[in-house]
Structures are given as C-alpha cells and as structure tokens.
Design a protein around this ligand. Structure first.
Ligand code: SAH
Ligand code: SF4
Ligand code: F3S
Length: 452
C-alpha cells in the first residue's frame, strides 16, 4: 500500500469538545497522507471518537466497534483506533473486551495521534490514557465547515458534579493562553471563517489555572477579559461561547456580552434541576433562585437573548414534588432549547453508588413529561420571530431543498431561505421570517449585509 492510498474515517460521538478534537485528529491524519473516506467500510484506518456521558452513548460505541472488529479478521491491515472519553474510562479493559483494537487514546492525547500511530506501525498495541499537559497544536485541523469554527479555550473540568464522568475522563482544567487563542482566531479570520465558538466544559473557569491576579483580586485571565481581548479579530463577525456554569457566571460577563457587538445574544447555561435539594445533592453550587437571577439579568440587558440549557430528570432520590420544581422552572423561564436526559449511573461517580436510585419507568415517565413541556414552550418562544427581520449567517445548502440555503440567527435559530449557496456561503443576510417552527425558521432574503 502506498502512503497516499491510505484512507481514514472518523465517527464522532458526544459533545462539541469531541467534534473539535476530531477535526484536529483529521488534520493530523491528512498531514500524514491519509485521505478522507466517506464510509468506514472503505477505510484502512477507522477512528471512533467516543462519549460516555450516559450508558447508551457508551453502548453505541461497542456496537459500531463490533462490526469493524469482525472486518479486521479478513483485513488484518485495518487500523482500529478508539479515542475520546470511553477510551479514557476503559483504558486496558477496552483492549481486553475488543482485542482487535490497535490504539486506545484518551482526549488529552488527541494532538499526539501521529506519534501514537507510529508506535502502532511498529507492531505495538497502545493504550495512551495517562494524564498529560496538553500540547499546543502544530497541525491544522480539518474543519467540517468553512464558515464556523470551534476554538478550545479550556480543557478539562475541576468541578465534581456527583453524576458526571467528565472530570474523570477529561482531566484537570488546562487553559490555553489568550495569545494562543487570539492567534488561532486571527488565522481563522484570514482563512475566511466568520464565526467562532469558544469551547470549554466549564468555560467560566477559563484562566483560573493561569498565573496572575489583578489588583481587585480577580484572576488575571478570565473569560470576560478574553472576550475583550479577541473581539477585534479581523474577519470574525460573530463570537459564541459554551458551556456556561451558573455557579461562576458573572455580572461582568453579562455586561461584556451586551457591550461587545460580535458576541451573540445566545447563552447555553445548564441548570440540571429546578429543585434546591437536588442541586445540592448534585454538588452544583447554586440555587434555582440564583439561576433565575442570572436569566433575569441577561433579559434585563438583552431582552431578546436566546437561552438554552441542559436538565437531568430522575436523579437519585428525586421526588415527584422535586421533579415538579424542574417543570415549574421550565414553564416560567421559557427556554429556546433544552437538552433533557434521564439520569444514568456512571462508573466512578459518587451518585452511581447511592441506594436511592429511581426505577427506569419513573425516569422515562418524567423525561417524557418534561420533553412535552419543552416542545410546547419552544413553540411559544419561537413565535417572537414571526415577521421579524433576522441576521442570518449562511453556512450551507438546505440538504432537503437545493433551492434554499441555511444558516443561523444571532440567537442560534436554524433558518432556511431561497438562495444560491455559491453566492451566499459565509455572508450575513437580512431575512424576513415568514414561517416559524419550534426549533427552526423559514424566510425571504432582503439584502446581504456583508460582502463575499
Ligand atoms: N459541563 C456542562 C455539561 C457537560 S455534560 C455543565 O456543567 O453543564 C452535558 C450534559 O449531559 C450535562 O449538562 C447533563 O445534563 C448531562 N449529563 C451529564 N451526566 C449525566 C448522567 N450521568 N446522566 C444523565 N445526564 C447526564
Ligand atoms: Fe460535569 Fe459538572 Fe464539570 Fe459540567 S461542570 S463537566 S456537569 S462535572
Ligand atoms: Fe461525552 Fe466526553 Fe463530551 S463524555 S459529552 S464526549 S466530554
């Protein structure tokens, strides 16, 4: 096999961090001479970038992997890589369970892929899960979009939410320097990208592991100052950030979002539960009153801000009345979008060991009731867009209708309108909204607001 006939396929599960890591690993592979293959069945190297946030996410990985492991018996040259959070959680056990795997690598090792594959080529089976200092990228990511890009600002998480595997699999917080972040954004601007989403599992923790304190006693580096520092990067028209933690969300940050025109009025702030005792058992470090104050304050300054969140139902010990407090919060806040999940006990997390687990029936029933309410509320919330003029940054063609393009409003609503993608990709267009659905909009273009 010649080096340039090697083909790779990556399947990505889980959150935006994994998507960003996959783009970087794809960049490493292309730099090594691999070419993208649309289907895993035609690839010589298959990489699963895995998620273990809930049990069903983990099981999905094993079913995908099982198929390719079989294929390897007929094609011994096939390289199988398991990266990401299941890899970190299972380590050696994964090799015992699926011995066909060549490389098991935790998320902190994503940038070391080439080095690890060299060891595999030398005939070894490798497990790379030891904690390391994450090295700055030297390879260019192969980004899925040419318009919007992820930029990691902080890796890992130092919180200890009692249900959550993330600190265990992503390791301790490691912030990138403001200069490294800005440099990456400058390059993105030069390459024609228009929107950047700054990423961290708990992005409000940005900078607290970097040295320096201000005269007022703040960490020298923090998310608010980072937004001011990167705001004028040429070419970048929009900035978003995720995920916010209510425990650390500050008034200064809200002010900055209001003041800085490129920062979109879109906030993803998971609340997890609307009940204070459940929040305490989760070790979230805030009350539902504090959460409501944050949202009220955002809406005071930015009445049109869109608010999304995550919530868990059926946490150990959650009573019907406590669950109803979550319903009440959702009823009253009216989220633009809410990701909901039934609690899933995870390995090496405190809550998994508690005896007050709820039955699957109770969890499923609560999930269904919450989802019903979310759909109703999102429908109501969407109505405010009817007949309005929205700024849409065009990302792609509508896959279901080639006469239409699609993009997002500043509030992150997916919006479709008639147009030619070759002319409009990467441009911000004023669109008059003509049709409103719970989670998306359709409209008519008025005028392009930015040049090509
Ligand atoms: N760092 C973010 C979220 C990380 S995980 C935060 O602090 O909010 C993404 C979402 O998965 C969480 O917000 C939570 O709602 C959900 N989740 C995490 N662990 C879970 C578990 N054990 N069972 C069910 N849902 C879970
Ligand atoms: Fe998990 Fe909590 Fe960290 Fe979010 S803040 S990643 S929920 S431990
Ligand atoms: Fe899943 Fe890991 Fe993200 S567990 S949600 S891929 S941090």
């Amino acid at each position: 096999m010649t080096p340039d006939s090697r083909r790779y396929h990556i399947t990505t599960f889980g959150c935006q961090m994994n998507k960003a890591d996959s783009e970087r690993m794809a960049g490493v592979l292309e730099n090594m001479g691999f070419q993208w293959s649309d289907t895993p069945d035609d690839a010589n190297l298959i990489l699963y970038n895995t998620c273990t946030i809930r049990d069903n996410a983990e099981q999905k990985v094993y079913s995908y992997l099982g198929r390719q492991a079989k294929r390897k018996h007929a094609e011994p040259d096939l390289t199988l890589v398991v990266a990401g959070c299941v890899a970190q959680q299972e380590g050696d056990d994964l090799l015992r369970r699926v011995p066909e795997v060549d490389l098991v690598m935790g998320p902190q090792h994503a940038n070391r892929l080439e080095d690890l594959l060299d060891q595999v080529a030398a005939g070894q089976q490798i497990v790379a899960t030891e904690p390391i200092h994450i090295v700055e990228d030297i390879t260019k990511p192969r980004r899925d979009s040419t318009v919007t890009a992820w930029v990691n600002v902080i890796y890992g998480c130092n919180e200890r939410c009692t249900y959550c595997v993330v600190p265990g699999v992503r390791g301790v917080e490691q912030s990138r320097t403001p200069e490294a972040i800005r440099n990456e954004m400058v390059q993105l601007g030069e390459q024609g990208f228009k929107e950047v989403t700054l990423l961290g599992q708990n992005i409000d923790a940005y900078g607290r592991d970097l040295p320096g304190v201000t005269p007022e006693g703040r960490h020298q580096h923090n998310l608010t100052d980072l937004l001011y520092f990167v705001h004028d990067v040429p070419g970048i028209e929009r900035i978003r950030f995720a995920t916010s933690h209510p425990r650390y969300f500050t008034e200064r940050l809200i002010q900055a979002c209001c003041e800085l025109p490129k920062v979109c009025e879109h906030f993803h702030i998971p609340f997890q539960s609307g009940d204070n005792d459940v929040l305490k058992a989760m070790s979230r470090g805030y009350t539902q009153e504090k959460y409501r104050r944050i949202i009220d304050r955002i809406r005071d300054l930015m009445p049109d801000a869109s608010i999304s969140a995550d919530a868990i139902v059926g946490f150990p010990g959650e009573t019907e009345a406590q669950f109803e407090n979550t319903l009440k919060l959702v009823e009253e806040i009216e989220f633009d979008q809410l990701n909901t999940a039934a609690y899933s006990p995870r390995p090496r997390t405190p809550a998994a060991l508690w005896e007050n687990q709820l039955s699957e029936e109770v969890k499923a029933d609560r999930l269904q009731r919450l989802n019903h309410l979310v759909g109703l509320k999102a429908g109501v919330r969407s109505q405010r867009y009817a007949n309005r003029i929205e700024e849409v940054l065009v990302e792609d063609q509508n896959p279901k209708d080639p006469t239409q393009v699609m993009g997002r409003t500043r509030g992150n609503r997916l919006t479709f309108f008639p147009g030619n993608i070759e002319e409009l990709r990467g441009r911000i267009v004023a669109v008059k909204v003509t049709e409103v659905r719970s989670f998306s909009l359709t409209g008519q273009p008025l005028s392009a607001l930015t040049p090509v």
